[in-house]
Design a protein around this ligand. Structure first.
Ligand code: SF4
Ligand code: SF4
Length: 186
């Protein structure tokens, strides 16, 4: 008799569990999907999305922004950047610039230290390939990617400004055009 009781109890538990699972399935069946049909449909990424890396040109002069200073090379933890500097009279250039994207950690340190906003991150990750060699990016490829995709909000100068200590209140008052207290008359 006791065995019968435990059998009925276990069966009731099993039926209850199956019922709860089916209920959950039914609820999800009528929910709006959270996925999109990529790549036909692409999500709009937030401004601060940080994806693959690229090099930039100066919008006004059309010149390459990179001055070959190699700061990005020195800061990169997995050492995937290699830069050769070309010294010139008015400014320096990157003679060669390579980035092994397949070993990049996407830590963004290279962007943070770049003095000329030459290296940036893009609002895309769309570079999937079955061939690792395609992820060894040279200077031309990095510039082409920069023209092809939307840049992330973050540039070296913006990130440094954001991290700088806040300006003193007095200086802010001046910037807002507030009058300084008048000197007492002698
Ligand atoms: S994001 Fe980080 S790991 Fe990738 S290249 Fe820049 S510094 Fe190196
Ligand atoms: S990308 Fe920026 S940090 Fe790297 S070498 Fe060029 S100027 Fe220097």
């Amino acid at each position: 008799m006791a065995r019968n009781g435990s059998f009925l109890g276990e069966t009731a538990q099993l039926v209850g569990a199956v019922g709860r699972a089916m209920g959950m399935t039914l609820r999800n069946f009528f929910r709006r999907p959270v996925t999109v049909r990529y790549p036909t449909v692409k999500r709009v990424y937030p401004d601060r999305f940080r994806g693959i890396l690229a090099l930039t040109y100066d919008k006004d002069t059309g010149e390459e922004n990179c001055i070959g200073c190699r700061l990005c090379e020195f800061i990169c933890p997995p050492q995937v950047i290699k830069v050769e500097m070309l010294k010139a009279e008015k400014r320096n250039w990157a003679k060669t610039f390579t980035l092994e994207l397949y070993a990049c950690e996407f830590c963004e340190l290279c962007v943070q230290v770049c003095p000329t906003d030459a290296i940036i991150m893009l609002k895309t990750f769309d570079l999937a390939t079955a061939d690792r060699r395609e992820l060894l990016l040279d200077k031309d490829r990095l510039h082409a990617l920069g023209l092809q995709h939307e840049p992330s909000w973050a540039t070296g100068n913006r990130l440094r400004d954001m991290q700088a200590p806040p300006k003193p209140v007095r200086a802010e008052g001046k910037a807002a055009g507030k009058a300084e207290p008048a000197e007492p008359a002698e």
